[in-house]
Write a protein that binds this ligand. Structure first.
Ligand code: GLV
Ligand code: MN
Ligand code: MN
Length: 406
């Protein structure tokens, strides 16, 4: 029989092989691979003797009731959607490690005095709709109308995607009210280089950085590439290029501000037509919310200036604005005690990446455990966490579960 760690490593490979592309790993909200991954995770939960359910949006849940089914539950979990050409650890590891910790307790014949709910979210990255945290947002409150009407690149809204592509057969709403749960704990790869530099396998997280995401469209006029003199052009793409470089200069001159343009589409997109429109994404992050907003305002003014100079129309569409979210000090201190018991370290780190805890903190205390990843690399197929460090993470989580008060 394989150990919980061996099972976890095999599951990481298995989930990493479920993709919408034959060439790289990608599983976006409600895609065929996203739903296949959801079914696979549900099966693992059922194998552990959990009560399983899923929501129409593909988020799945396994419940281990423990010896006191009416005690406030502890939530564990992470997301199983991915970015495009992803690594297999971001998100998936948190779900698989949670199951491995419960398997370890099972092997030790330990029954917890409270229910544990393992949650696996169908969207955290926001790759398809640019809206982060769809899965965890749905478990805290119904999605608002504006979010439901957000379109993907093909013009399909979130509401339409859930209605037409969702997992409706025997679906149940998964929802939590404030105060209902004792906490949410997520294990995740660090996605940065601090643990590697500190020569530590793991740390706890003090807070999750805020982020703004938006879509920008510049509109000019399509015209003939061979006959339109340069001064007469209203080229949306060269305008976008100027905006994107201005964003880079702004971020480079104001660390720790980071700005990313990860996606751009142009219309009509022909080699002999001047681009009529260019639509691109902006992801802007800063650990201090007031600074993030100030830089966002500055960027908007710069784009207005560039658009005006080039006789382009500018559409500036905010998609998401999340404040920095502190992890709960008491829950984090308990997780840190388990970290220290297993590794001897009490290292704490602020997360620059976004995580579902941002949303779940609206209904219960949150804490996070980071695991070292090679070269700090993430959102890349070479993303890697060693089996030893994953084993350490599972051990810390198991220690934490055992030491939770009833
Ligand atoms: C999630 O990976 C994010 O921080 O964008
Ligand atoms: Mn993640
Ligand atoms: Mn990610």
């Amino acid at each position: 029989m394989s150990s919980p760690l061996e099972t976890a490593l095999a599951r990481l490979d298995e989930l990493g092989g479920i993709s919408d592309s034959p060439s790289y790993l990608v599983r976006t909200f409600l895609s065929p691979a996203n739903l296949l991954a959801a079914e696979k995770i549900l099966q693992w939960m059922a194998d552990l003797g959990m009560e399983t359910s899923h929501a129409a949006d593909g988020t799945v849940r396994g419940i281990l009731v423990g010896s006191n089914p009416t005690a406030p539950p502890l939530l564990l979990g992470s997301h199983f959607d991915t970015v495009i050409d992803a690594g297999k650890f971001d998100g998936a590891l948190g779900i698989i490690a949670a199951l491995a910790a419960l398997e370890s307790l099972h092997e030790e014949k330990i029954t917890l005095p409270f229910p544990v709910h393992v949650l696996a979210f169908s969207d955290e990255e926001g790759t398809r709709f640019q809206t982060t945290y769809l899965g965890s947002r749905s478990i805290t409150a119904p999605l608002d109308l504006e979010t439901l009407n957000a379109p993907d690149a093909a013009g399909i809204t979130i509401a339409q995607a859930i209605a037409c592509e969702g997992w409706h057969s025997v679906a149940t709403a998964i929802r939590y009210d404030p105060g209902e749960c004792r906490g949410y704990v997520e294990l995740h790869i660090e996605q940065g280089r601090v643990l590697e530099e500190a020569d530590q396998p793991a740390c706890v997280v003090s807070s999750i950085a805020g982020q703004s995401r938006l879509t920008v469209t510049l509109t000019g006029r399509a015209d003939h590439a061979g006959t339109t003199p340069m001064p007469l052009r209203r080229d949306a793409l060269t305008g976008a290029a100027q905006c994107i470089l201005a964003a880079e200069i702004l971020a480079e001159s104001h660390p720790p501000l980071v700005i990313t343009v990860g996606k751009i589409q142009i219309h009509p997109g022909a080699s002999n037509s001047i681009p009529q429109s260019a639509t691109f994404t902006i992801d802007l992050r800063h650990p201090v919310d007031s600074d993030r907003r100030e830089f966002l305002g500055h960027l908007h003014e710069t784009f207005i200036h560039i658009a005006t100079q080039r006789s382009l129309e500018l559409q500036w569409i905010p998609i998401q604005d999340n404040n920095a979210t502190p992890c709960d000090p008491a829950l984090t201190a308990r997780l840190q005690t388990s970290l220290a018991a297993v590794t001897g370290s009490r290292l704490t780190l602020a997360s620059g990446a976004g995580h579902d805890g941002v949303v779940i903190s609206k209904v219960c205390p949150i804490a996070m455990l980071f695991i070292r990843c090679r070269d700090g690399l993430s959102h890349h197929p070479d993303e890697f966490a060693s089996p030893e460090d994953i084993g350490t993470g599972i051990e810390i989580l198991t220690h934490f579960l055992k030491s939770c008060p009833s």
